[in-house]
Design a protein around this ligand. Structure first.
Ligand SMILES: [Zn+2]
Length: 408
């Protein structure tokens, strides 16, 4: 050994991981598996005996899935109260109205909330669960980041069970709810560590009825979240490990889930990747694609997943120079190598993302989304939020404006 150490260069080894000094926040109970919605009753009963249910699109009502879930609750002694359904990204008025409905039912210790649907339904459920117990203001704006009075969520929200039906936002595993306003225009988060759902029940079988375009857009949202949280300036080791697995699964499974909606393994892979992306973004933050996506949502009404999908290639090119090593580590799990350098691997990764986006029909131009040149100044202004602050390098208003103009 002595001879060997004498021959070794005196250089401390370094490992390509973010600093090993971190916090990690995640839902305390995750139940994942095909068909496991059958366990809803006993799981829900651990939270209380009356459930305020917030649901998403009407598909689940039409195909009978909602009635089946209600039966499961009743069989376990839980009374479901269907207080709201939402088919668009939640707005300030949606949160305030639904909170008032729940408060009128005088929630007590044995009451909880179930959010059932895509990211919009789960975000709305999270917001009303928090607003129902935090009554310093009856308007959610006062609690949103960057607008209103800056009030904080200080009381524990009603416990929340999240049951996602799409594979995308990862909202089931995050500590924030994204709330929109169109007049004045903003898209901001209600955020608190207290808002993490108590139980997450992911049954990928529920995503089989999701249409191909929604599968494509929400899937690209998950991929964007996995990448942005991995290269974020707040990146952390546990989320990073999750991102590598999530990306490896999602990049191969997404096109198959779009092509073949009933493919069980593709739906499972996407649901798992989306869940991982939620835990990753809740701990590590996001970046430029999500920053701009918020503004595209309020200025041009572009759905969140589609906005992220369109912005992702540009965000990767913008960050490529400063993040070649990070992007190369992603390339090594999703692209066939070998690579001559980190730069070559980073390029291969970006090409892989671009070809996937093309394969599943993601448009390349902002004009396809209805964006007009005279909206760009407002989009630049609206992009400055929590997501953008995680981007690995600063992007000036002027540069962002040029990037968006080039995408028109
Ligand atoms: Zn997202």
């Amino acid at each position: 050994m002595a001879a060997m150490s004498a021959a070794m260069p005196e250089i401390e080894p370094t490992f390509p991981v973010p600093p090993l000094n971190y916090d990690f926040l995640a839902p305390p109970r995750i139940v994942f598996g095909w068909g496991r919605r059958a366990e809803l009753g006993p799981l829900a009963a651990t939270l209380g005996s009356r459930a305020f249910v917030v649901s998403g699109s009407r598909t689940l009502e039409k195909n009978g899935a909602l009635a089946d879930l209600f039966q499961l609750l009743q069989a376990a002694g839980v009374e479901p109260l269907h207080v709201g359904a939402i088919s668009h990204e939640p707005e300030v008025g949606d949160v305030d109205r639904l909170t008032a409905t729940i408060v009128a039912h005088q929630p007590a210790n044995d009451d909880f909330v179930i959010g059932l649907g895509g990211g919009s339904a789960i975000d709305l459920a999270k917001a009303v669960a928090a607003m129902a117990t935090n009554r310093e203001s009856t308007c959610v704006v006062d609690y949103l980041e960057g607008v209103g009075r800056g009030l904080k969520i200080v009381h524990s929200p009603l416990p929340l069970l999240a049951l996602p039906t799409t594979a995308g936002t990862g909202s089931e595993a995050t500590k924030n709810a994204v709330i929109s306003s169109y007049d004045p225009p903003f898209k901001k988060s209600l955020r608190s560590d207290l808002m993490v759902p108590r139980i997450v029940l992911v049954d990928p079988e529920l995503s089989i009825s999701v249409p191909a375009d929604v599968t494509a857009h929400t899937g690209m949202d998950a991929i964007t979240q996995l990448i942005e949280s991995c290269i974020s300036r707040r990146a952390k080791p546990i989320p990073r490990a999750m991102c590598l697995q999530g990306l490896q699964l999602a990049i191969t499974a997404l096109a198959e889930a779009v092509r073949n909606p009933s493919c069980r393994s593709a739906r499972e892979a996407m649901a798992h990747a989306a869940l991982l992306s939620g835990m990753a973004l809740a701990n590590s933050g996001l970046g430029l694609a999500h920053g701009v996506a918020a503004a595209l949502g309020v200025e041009c009404r572009v759905p969140h997943g589609l906005a992220c999908a369109v912005m992702l290639p540009t965000a990767l090119h913008v960050n490529r120079a400063g993040c070649a090593a990070e992007l190369a580590s992603l390339a090594r799990v999703v692209c066939p190598g070998p690579f001559s350098s980190d730069a070559a691997a980073a390029d291969a990764f970006i090409e892989r993302i671009e070809s996937l986006a093309t394969e599943i029909g993601i448009p390349k131009r902002l004009s396809t989304l209805g964006v007009r040149q005279n909206q760009i100044p407002a989009i630049v202004t609206g992009s400055r939020g929590n997501s953008m602050s995680g981007n690995p390098r600063d992007v000036s208003d002027e540069e962002l404006s040029e990037l968006l103009e080039a995408m028109l």
